[in-house]
Design a protein around this ligand. Structure first.
Ligand code: 4AD
Ligand code: MG
Length: 431
């Protein structure tokens, strides 16, 4: 395919004859003219055949070609302000590589279940295309943020011997005669990394056997988790707001076209600038009380509670110092109020709920040993983790940002299922 030119590169071929290898996205005719919309993954180009200008068999193939047939289209690139994308292809030849019959996804409306069952081809639609390109750029921005600040990438394992985020959402698997679990978070390994490299992060898939069907939960999701030695909760919140501002502003800079394609209101995203509001758990509980929400002080916030708390802010809000009982074993207690954990959740605006969870870690060996016991966790599996408190323990903190919830928020999507190429949900493992 030496003669292939990508649609994204046609601007540098103005006036020249090129071949585009792609698929028919859509077409229309007005008697003597055929307009074929060709997509090749990098873009869509309008290609035009005029009956008097092309061979009869070529014009006939324009007539015959069906949606999502694979095609090679040859012609001359012409700048045209009226054409979507600013360039048009004047067809000289059309080759149908495979004529598609009965493509299941047509321009008419389809139900969600149908589309999810056809996710493997639904990815070809322009809306899914825009969302997944934004996802790609969000991931790139996340990595750039940490890479540009001297963080070392330390990959965390997927098979783990113990729970990190509570035993109720563990996926178990048999591991050569012993029991292993799919990782819920790379955090514990990042703590080891931070003691070795100072500033580290991991980025990878994490797993939770979430038995609830909500629009915010996947059983397999991607998380980016920084961890820093000699960092306290305040420093952790500074890092988190700096990070989220960077990611959102980067998408506004580089993915305007895609945000427009999915009709995202970008004004709301423009406001995502530091500083973000910081409130305590107690203050958040007070907001719920004032709004007469049925909420029991001391319990964790549910999705609906988070939406109500964040309604009062047009930026992400950081809620810190939750009661220790609702948080994981590794959190450090607040020395000023030991009933509270030095933790933070960042709630996205517009009702998108928690996108970040993190905080300062327990760095005292004795207290950590007691916490492991109180949480009924097997101490043997955590001996290596306790070593980090035996050999040069220091205050340290970090957090995890869920990629899919961040994509849902930035794209303005109701459900996380469209934020990942092949979502895994309680009732979905196909395709
Ligand atoms: O709040 P979580 O459970 O925190 C941790 O796992 C920490 N160990 C991270 C750390 O400090 N290094 O999860 C972090 C984020 C959530 O804020 C949310 O964005 C996302 O991960 N998340 C999920 N996303 C989709 N589906 C699920 N089931 C999720 N569970 C958590
Ligand atoms: Mg959380």
């Amino acid at each position: 395919m030496k003669d292939r030119v990508y649609i994204s590169d046609v601007a540098s071929h103005d006036g020249k004859e090129v071949s585009i290898y792609g698929w028919l996205y859509n077409k229309r005719s007005s008697g003597k003219l055929w307009f074929l919309l060709i997509r090749d993954g990098t873009g869509i180009i309008q290609s035009v055949a005029f009956k008097g200008d092309v061979r009869e068999d070529v014009f006939q193939r324009c007539e015959d070609v069906t949606q999502e047939s694979s095609v090679k289209v040859t012609g001359t690139i012409r700048a045209d302000k009226r054409a979507p994308g600013g360039y048009e292809l004047q067809i000289s030849d059309v080759q149908i590589l495979q004529l598609t019959e009965d493509y299941p996804i047509t321009p008419k409306e389809h139900g969600t279940t149908f589309l999810m069952d056809h996710r493997h081809i639904w990815l070809r639609s322009s809306r899914q295309h825009a969302v997944l390109r934004i996802r790609h750029e969000i991931i790139r921005a996340c990595r750039d943020f940490f890479d540009n600040r001297g963080f070392v990438l330390i990959d965390a394992p997927i098979f783990t011997p113990a729970a990190c985020e509570g035993t109720t959402t563990l996926f178990e698997t048999e591991y050569f005669g012993t029991q292993a679990y799919l990782t819920q978070s790379g955090q514990l390994y990042m703590e080891a990394g931070a003691m070795a490299f100072g500033k580290v992060y991991c980025f990878g898939p994490t797993f939770r056997a979430e038995k609830s069907k909500t629009r915010r939960h996947l059983t397999e999701f991607w998380m980016i988790e920084p961890e820093v030695a000699y960092l306290d909760l305040d420093g952790d919140m500074d890092l988190a707001e700096d990070f989220v501002e960077y990611v959102v502003q980067r998408i506004l800079e580089t993915r305007r076209e895609e945000l427009k394609a999915i009709e995202r209101d970008t004004a709301a995203l423009e406001k995502v600038k530091r500083p973000f509001p910081r409130i305590t758990y107690d203050e958040a509980a007070e907001i719920l009380k004032k709004k007469e929400v049925d909420f029991e002080y001391g319990s964790d916030f549910g999705g609906a509670d988070e939406t109500i708390i964040s309604e009062g802010f047009d930026k992400p809000v950081m809620v810190h110092r939750y009661p220790t009982e609702v948080k994981a074993f590794y959190m450090k207690n607040d020395p000023d109020d030991p009933r509270k954990a030095l933790c933070v959740d960042m709630l996205a605006p517009e009702g998108y709920g928690e996108i970040i969870g993190g905080g300062q870690r327990e760095d005292d060996l004795k207290i950590l040993e007691r916490k492991i016991k109180d949480h009924d966790l097997p101490k043997e599996a955590f001996e290596w983790y306790l070593d980090l408190r035996r050999y040069g323990t220091v205050p340290h903190a970090g957090f995890g940002l869920g990629i899919e919830r961040t994509v849902a928020w930035i794209c303005g999507l109701k459900h996380v299922r469209e934020t990942i190429p092949f979502p895994r949900l309680m009732h979905r493992i196909y395709p």
